[in-house]
Ligand binder design. Structure first.
Ligand SMILES: [Zn+2]
Length: 364
């Protein structure tokens, strides 16, 4: 394997010197630097979140590849991290990267599920190519009373409704593709995680959930306790969507109340997927490290109103048979009429509002 040296954050890295990564090779994805920058800021906040001394926190980078996340957690956030990768080529590359950074770190070359079944971790990062679902059961068993989870899902095509049957098999919920597909996809992912954890009487409180390019990232706190899990389950509800007229509602309607067409529906988690207090602290950490683009994303999410399922204004205008109206004007009109409204990071042409579909149509 030919290598070249680069720098990411405060760590030096040897990465495969290839144009495109092939199967079985170690993968370094420069696009994910953005998310790793966010992750190091999240790791900074772990002592407060977990109410634990920084030195006592045990973290796992379960699918470590080049070791970049683990190295950055240690060097930039001073979190004791264990790097694991099932690929022997990755494990040997992580060792090389450890040496050039003068860092001490535990490295294993095992199936991530086995590592999590055998050991307890306060913080687990799962950054797979594809779905994280295959690792979540083991993660649930690995957390002590409290913990923190950070995951990536790159299988957005099933989650966002392009492959509904794959989504049903993998996540237990049949997806569909409405205008708010990014939010539906990330909520299906969160719902499926919550259901999996609830078996172990573990709750997952989302702290930060976002979609970017073709993947989702979710960060959340893990707590054991029946009461919390019961409360979380109460936040589940049906959403129904009519592909004929564009109507949607947080209720179970097999027929559209407006045009009478057959709807698509599913039961998902409808509660909060962001924690605004956490986002404020995260923003400060980003300012300190001068992560400008990352801070801009967090700012956008902080300004979003909390109502679920955004409306893509282009889709709504088309469905209403109207000319596309400027998004700023729609938001202004809604606010002047006493509704809450904002843009959303999920889609540049979309808004979030507490106005119903019927009310929104009037403004358009
Ligand atoms: Zn309809």
């Amino acid at each position: 394997m030919k290598l070249r040296e680069i720098k990411e954050g405060k760590v030096k890295l040897k990465i495969p010197n290839v144009e495109k990564s092939e199967e079985g090779e170690v993968f370094y994805n420069p696009i994910m630097t953005f998310d790793r920058n966010i992750s190091t800021c999240v790791a900074d906040l772990l002592p407060e979140i977990l109410n634990k001394k920084r030195n006592d926190i045990k973290a796992l980078d379960a699918l470590s590849a080049t070791g970049v996340r683990a190295l950055r957690y240690i060097k930039e956030s001073e979190i004791n991290t264990w790097a694991n990768d099932a690929n022997p080529k990755a494990a040997s590359l992580i060792k090389k990267n450890l040496k050039i950074n003068n860092i001490e770190m535990k490295i294993t070359n095992e199936d991530a599920n086995i590592i999590m079944r055998k050991n307890k971790f306060d913080f687990i990062d799962i950054d797979p190519f594809g779905s994280p679902i295959y690792f979540l059961d083991s993660a649930a068993r690995s957390f002590p009373k409290e913990g923190f989870l950070s995951i990536t899902a790159t299988d957005t095509a099933p989650l966002c409704g392009t492959y509904p049957k794959v989504c049903l098999r993998r996540y237990g919920i049949e997806s569909f593709k409405p205008d708010y597909y990014n939010e539906l996809g990330i909520r299906i992912l969160i719902s499926s995680m919550m259901k999996m954890f609830s078996r172990y009487e573990i709750s997952l409180t989302p702290y930060l959930s976002y979609s970017r390019r073709h993947y989702f990232r979710v960060y959340g706190k893990i707590e054991r306790g029946v009461k919390r899990v019961n409360r979380e389950m109460k936040e589940f509800g049906y959403i129904s969507h009519c592909f004929n007229c564009g109507w949607r509602g947080a209720s179970l309607n097999q027929k559209c109340p407006i045009c009478g067409s057959k709807t698509k529906f599913c039961e998902i988690y409808l509660g909060e997927i962001q924690n605004k207090t956490f986002l404020n602290s995260l923003k400060k950490k980003m300012e300190k490290r001068m992560f400008v683009k990352e801070k801009n994303l967090i700012d956008k999410i902080r300004e979003e109103v909390s109502f679920s399922l955004y409306y893509d204004t282009h889709y709504i205008c088309k469905k209403a048979g109207k000319q596309i109206k400027k998004i700023e004007n729609i938001i202004k009109d809604l606010k002047e009429s006493g509704f809450k409204a904002s843009r959303t990071h999920f889609c540049p042409t979309a808004i979030k509002t507490n106005a119903s579909f019927e009310e929104l149509i009037k403004f358009i």
